[in-house]
Ligand binder design. Structure first.
Ligand code: SAM
Ligand code: SF4
Length: 488
């Protein structure tokens, strides 16, 4: 009988995509998917270290798994992703029976690492034993500085559906003082453009209708490729732009290549080229340039939506976070973008309670949110991450103050979202139908601006882009009905 793998994912879209890749590699090796950990021969937790809360949830799960592992010592227990890289000592204490640690840069090694554990066990004659200090078949792989993006083992796994993620770069070279990602995910590395184009074309042929390009900072795509090529940094990019723009492969150029290739693939289709939608996340404001905005404007497959995390509206805090831009520079970028793409929909991330954040700093964030009028925003309470620069500073904003600022911003964003959504009432929008809604007879889809829409309709519309007249709006959802005929 084939071995069975159970994988649970914590954290962001990058982690979700990593998990799909891991399951793809393992199913290509003959593994089957288990729905519950009790049924699995291999149990993997793909973990996140961005905030303490995500780590606590994974630790809770590890507690449950330690009971399971005691009952069945033969099972292989693996911790993969960010916590494998950073929290090994604590995990040893809580879950001494763990057999495998693989960091984000080592995920492509997983098939070999699992084989290594099995080999060690065979050699030792028997299962994994009760583990603990005596777990001699344990394998630890956490040392790579970046993931070899051009060397992914065969196999991929995606749930059938309408939308899909495609990784275009890994790691992060920024040094935001609060953020653990550069330590866990390692150096920035971009995936060869042809691999990305091939994957998108396969997804389109398999019936996916929307692709989200993923990276911690997609705007620095092209800085460094696995073969050592790349423009190397902002100065290198500028130099190439002046001297030999045709030779520059950066993110705006990648968008144009993807758009041209989807048009080639879909040009003959009765649905026209907008049949495949492209989104991307995340954009760092420092690297989001007019060249990007122009590419967004020119590429019809690229949706009118930009997630541009600002983190704070106070220059003092932005400096302490080492974000590399000021409030004024950020607002100017937004203004430029809106001049080029007036109906652009914007979202952001904000951290409240960063060390030293005063009432005045917070007011600056409130005023920035009012000035920009985002369509949606994620608000996070600052969580000190051991090993980051900010963690060396006193976490001096009391918990209740963080909570209160969080609530103020959520309420403010609801007010703004409602206002933005109300503007859409009465308009007709292209909605890509993604899945059944929560109630029978309802469907859920998204506009190009990433607004969730609920409408009545038949399950046969899933995967189609339909014209929807928006009737009413709440802060979080649009409600509408389909106009006659399919959109493109
Ligand atoms: N690379 C993206 C960027 O630069 O915007 C974001 C990556 S991070 C995984 C997602 C969000 O988590 C960040 O935008 C930030 O708002 C939040 N975040 C990161 N570190 C945090 C911390 N220590 N405490 C609270 N929120 C944090
Ligand atoms: Fe973290 Fe900053 Fe890199 Fe985003 S850009 S992953 S917030 S260090």
């Amino acid at each position: 009988m084939n071995k069975r793998v159970y994988l649970q994912t914590y954290g962001c879209q990058m982690n979700e995509r990593d998990s799909e890749e891991v399951l793809g590699m393992l199913t290509a090796q003959g593994y089957e998917l288990a729905e519950h950990p009790e049924e699995a021969d291999v149990i993997l937790l793909n973990t996140c270290s961005v905030r303490a809360h995500a780590e606590e949830r994974a630790f809770g799960k590890m507690g449950e798994l330690s009971v399971l592992k005691r009952q069945n010592p033969d099972v292989i227990l693996g911790i993969i992703g960010c916590m494998a890289k950073l929290q090994r000592e604590t995990i040893f204490k809580r879950l001494p029976q763990v057999d495998l640690f693989a960091g984000p840069a080592e995920l492509y090694d997983l098939p070999y690492l699992l084989a290594e554990i099995q080999e060690k066990r065979q050699f030792r004659g028997g299962g994994g034993g009760a583990g603990g200090e005596g777990n001699g078949s344990r394998v630890i792989a956490v040392e790579r500085t970046f993931r070899p993006l051009d060397k992914k083992p065969a196999g991929d796994y995606r749930k059938p559906g309408v939308t899909a993620f495609v990784t275009i770069m890994e790691g992060c070279d920024k040094a935001c003082t609060y953020c653990i990602v550069p330590k866990t995910r390692g150096q920035e590395i971009s995936r060869p453009a042809q691999d990305i184009l091939d994957e998108i074309s396969q997804l389109a042929n398999a019936g996916y209708r929307e692709v989200t390009l993923l990276g911690q900072n997609v705007n620095s795509y092209g800085k460094r490729f696995p073969d050592g090529s790349g423009y190397r940094g902002p100065l290198g990019r500028l130099r190439l732009l002046e001297e030999n723009p045709g030779a520059l492969l950066d993110f705006p150029q990648l968008l144009r290549m993807i758009d041209a290739s989807t048009r080639q693939t879909w040009g003959q289709s009765p649905f026209g080229n907008s049949s495949l939608r492209i989104r991307f996340t995340t954009s760092h404001p420092f690297d989001a340039t007019p060249r990007l905005f122009e590419a967004m404007r020119d590429c019809s497959s690229v949706c009118e939506w930009l997630h541009l995390p600002v983190q704070s509206g106070s220059n003092r805090i932005l400096r302490a976070m080492r974000r590399g831009y000021t409030r004024e520079a950020y607002l100017e970028k937004i203004e430029r973008l809106r001049r080029l793409i007036p109906d652009i929909s914007l979202s952001t991330d904000i951290i409240v309670g960063f060390p030293g954040e005063t009432e005045e700093d917070f007011r600056q964030t409130v005023s920035l949110m009012r000035a920009v009028e985002y369509d949606s925003a994620f608000v996070f309470k600052y969580s000190p991450r051991p090993g980051t620069e900010a963690a060396a500073r006193e976490d001096d904003v009391p918990r209740e103050v963080k909570e209160e600022r969080n609530q103020v911003l959520l309420a403010l964003q609801d007010e703004i979202s409602l206002k933005r959504h109300r503007r859409l009432e009465g308009s007709t929008l292209d909605v890509l139908i993604e899945e059944p809604g929560k109630r029978p007879g309802q469907l859920f889809g998204r506009t190009r601006g990433n607004h969730g829409v609920i409408l009545e309709g038949s399950a046969g519309w899933i995967g189609e882009t339909v014209s929807v007249r928006i009737a009413t709006a709440t802060a979080h959802t649009l409600f509408g009905e389909r106009c006659n005929g399919f959109s493109h």
